[in-house]
Design a binder for this molecule. Structure first.
Ligand code: MSP
Length: 664
């Protein structure tokens, strides 16, 4: 019998920065789906990769003093490592700089040209470099990018166009005939309305930069990033002639984030229609994560690194959280507190506890062996009905309702815990009801085995651990989800607890309230030769600060400077004068320098990249002394390797101090 095939893709990610939790979300969801279909015995091809061309990469490389290729080569391993850490089982990792891909794109453009769908014209419009997207005058919001709100630049140049307008009707017909294509359903109407509103032809080349695939019809042009990126889904399979293309295309699901839905549900299918290639069966646009209520971004300093989460909590816990916390397709909010709460309740208390108690009772009452009961008793078990969730689960997975799928499994797990509380095996033991006790323990062990099978796409390592404690092999298939397969008499192998309780670790740096303040006035301390009394402005309020930098700075060198202060340091008196905070200075033993933030408003918060700010009401001087902030060789100020910054600028020392100077 020919195996059913399943082809799933993620977006190919831009390589301008390392992957974050948003990228991890999409890739993890795709991995869970890929594993689920493999569990069902299907032949799966799971693709992810990186999108490496374009002006943004070219500019970032230039800033870093690298060639574009050097720049992308340095970042790609960060994606590959992250996927390894998260236990991702992609069958291929495509890079748009792969020769095979570049050849494929050129071939693809030739086909579209043959269909009469490319013509030369003049492009006039607005371009947002960070988003790699062109906008018409009408689309701008207050003259800025409608997506990110940043500045756009005016572009007017020769360009080749793709006749997107020609595909308005065919697209609308296609949506009608294939209602599953636009998923989830709540995002479908928006696309349909926009397409009904009319389609403009799409500019598909640029002549203003050269980091891209040369446009085969005119070597002065490079291919616009999306016309380069979208075909990755077929070039990865060796289109046009590749064996994998014949076998796996069309894609069963393109998994993407909602912000690139238009490209995948309008432009990509139109491109495929033009090239006379079958259309994908489904495009599923998932929602976006914010972080503690805010949009995630480098300038906010709240980018969540999935590798750090994996290191602190384990890959399976992170995978579980991402897919359980928010219904797939909706937006959600990430917080480490929410992750810890899930680990402690769902993973440690529900699943972990069930395993530990069940195995402990098996050891205590049955010498560590699966109780001997008859086939008839196995089939009559009360838990059998509860374990029968496969069909329901399959339908949830089919519609990519991961959170609901996990809820089904957890209802079952919780039911097992309740069963223990109701049946009270310890009482059965006391009353000498050995038969009932055997039936109960067998049922619990068998339930755990089935839960491990069903949860395996989500938590592959923990699933294998449960199975190994039941002395079973970790490799399973959907057929193993049938009740009654656990052999009586098997010796179990109780091991470590499955999930340790997690604790929210607070980084001491989070407690600091660092802000920019402007030095308004400086006076000598009347009773101390080495101290100044500074009056500083903190955006609305003023403070008095006593500081020991008098040896190093003349008064006039300080007045008017905007520098970094700790605002929540416990007030203290120095020779009778109160200090309400402290000015930070880097000290290498010889030289001393204050920390400048010259381009920001007084009162602006200073943070370390990637560390959220949760200032305590007050911190002591000793607490502050334990936080090591140092200066690097370029004069940047760092905590734990993370630069101190405000949204718009990085903090630097005002004067040159040696590398490694301590900030105090
Ligand atoms: N290179 C294009 C895609 C080309 S596909 C032919 C691109 N890359 S990207 O690096 O910006 O990655 C976009 C994807 O990352 C989103 O579609 C989404 O899957 C994921 N996410 C990025 N930020 C996200 C959140 N804050 N939350 C959830 N997912 C997000 O666009």
């Amino acid at each position: 019998m020919v195996k059913k095939k399943f082809y799933i893709t993620t977006p190919i990610y831009y390589v301008n920065a390392p992957p974050h939790i948003g990228h991890a979300y999409c890739t993890t969801a795709a991995d869970v789906l890929a594993r689920w279909h493999r569990l069902k015995g299907e032949d799966v091809f799971f693709l992810t990769g990186t999108d490496e061309h374009g002006e943004k990469v070219q500019e970032a490389a230039k800033r870093g003093g690298k060639t574009p290729k050097e720049f992308v080569d340095a970042l790609v391993p960060k994606f590959k490592d992250t996927w390894q850490n998260l236990n991702i089982t992609n069958n291929k990792f495509i890079r748009t700089t792969d020769t095979e891909h570049e050849k494929g794109v050129i071939e693809f453009i030739k086909k579209v040209n043959k269909a009469g769908d490319i013509y030369k014209g003049m492009y006039e419009g607005w371009y947002c470099v960070p988003d790699e997207t062109f906008f018409t005058e009408l689309q701008l919001v207050n003259g800025k990018c409608p997506v990110c709100g940043r500045d756009v630049k005016k572009v007017k140049e020769d360009s080749y166009f793709f006749r997107l307008s020609k595909y308005q009707k065919p697209l609308l017909e296609f949506y009608k005939k294939n209602p599953e294509f636009l998923s989830p359903a709540h995002r479908a109407q928006e696309i349909i309305n926009r397409v009904e509103g009319g389609l403009h032809d799409l500019s598909i080349t640029r002549a203003s930069f050269n980091w891209g695939i040369p446009f085969p019809l005119d070597k002065k042009h490079v291919t616009y990033v999306w016309f380069d990126a979208l075909p990755n889904y077929i070039t990865a399979l060796g289109w046009p002639k590749g064996k994998d293309f014949k076998k796996f295309w069309p894609a069963d699901v393109h998994l993407i984030g909602k912000e690139i839905n238009w490209f995948h549900t309008v432009i990509w299918p139109a491109m495929l229609m033009s090239a006379k290639i079958k259309l994908p069966k489904k495009v599923f646009a998932h929602g976006w994560w914010t972080v503690e209520g805010e949009k995630m971004g480098k300038s906010r300093g709240n980018v969540v690194d999935p590798n750090v989460l994996v290191q602190n909590y384990g890959a399976d816990a992170v995978r579980y959280f991402l897919l359980r916390e928010v219904p797939f397709g909706m937006d959600g909010d990430f917080s480490e507190a929410a992750l810890v709460a899930r680990i402690n309740s769902d993973l440690a208390d529900d699943l972990g506890n069930l395993l530990m108690r069940t195995l402990a009772m098996t050891e205590k009452y049955f010498e560590g062996k699966v109780p001997e009961i008859s086939k008839k008793e196995i089939n009559a078990s009360e838990l059998r009905k509860q374990a029968d969730i496969l069909d329901a689960l399959d339908s949830k997975m089919d519609s990519l309702e991961f959170s609901e799928a996990l809820q089904l499994i957890w209802n079952f797990v919780r039911h097992c815990n309740k069963y223990i509380a109701d049946v009270k095996p310890w009482e059965l033991q006391k009353q000498g009801k050995k038969k009932e006790l055997a039936v109960a323990i067998y049922g619990l062990l068998e339930s755990l085995r089935i839960a491990a099978v069903l949860v395996s796409p989500f938590m592959p390592s923990k699933s294998a651990e449960i199975l190994s404690q039941l002395s079973l092999p970790g490799k399973v298939s959907i057929k193993d989800a049938k009740w009654g397969m656990l052999k009586p008499g098997t010796k179990i192998a109780k091991g470590d607890i499955l999930f340790k309780k997690a604790e929210l670790k607070q980084d001491p740096f989070e407690k600091l309230d660092l802000r920019v303040a402007k030095i308004a006035d400086v006076k000598e301390h009347p009773d101390a030769d080495r101290l100044y009394i500074l009056q500083v402005e903190l955006g609305g309020s003023r403070r008095q600060i006593v500081s020991g930098i008098r040896e190093y700075y003349k008064k006039e060198e300080l007045v008017g400077k905007k520098a970094v202060f700790i605002c929540n340091l416990k007030p203290a008196k120095f020779r009778g004068i109160e200090s309400q905070g402290m000015i930070l200075a880097a000290d290498d033993g010889k030289n001393l320098s204050i920390l400048l933030a010259q381009n920001s408003e007084p009162g602006t918060s200073v943070f370390a990249e990637g560390i959220s700010r949760k200032p305590a009401a007050q911190i002591t001087f000793d607490e502050f002394q334990n936080i090591q902030i140092i200066v690097d060789k370029d004069g940047f100020v760092k905590y734990n390797g993370k630069k101190l910054r405000i949204q718009s600028e990085e903090i630097r020392t005002e004067r040159k101090v040696n590398e490694g100077a301590r900030v105090r």
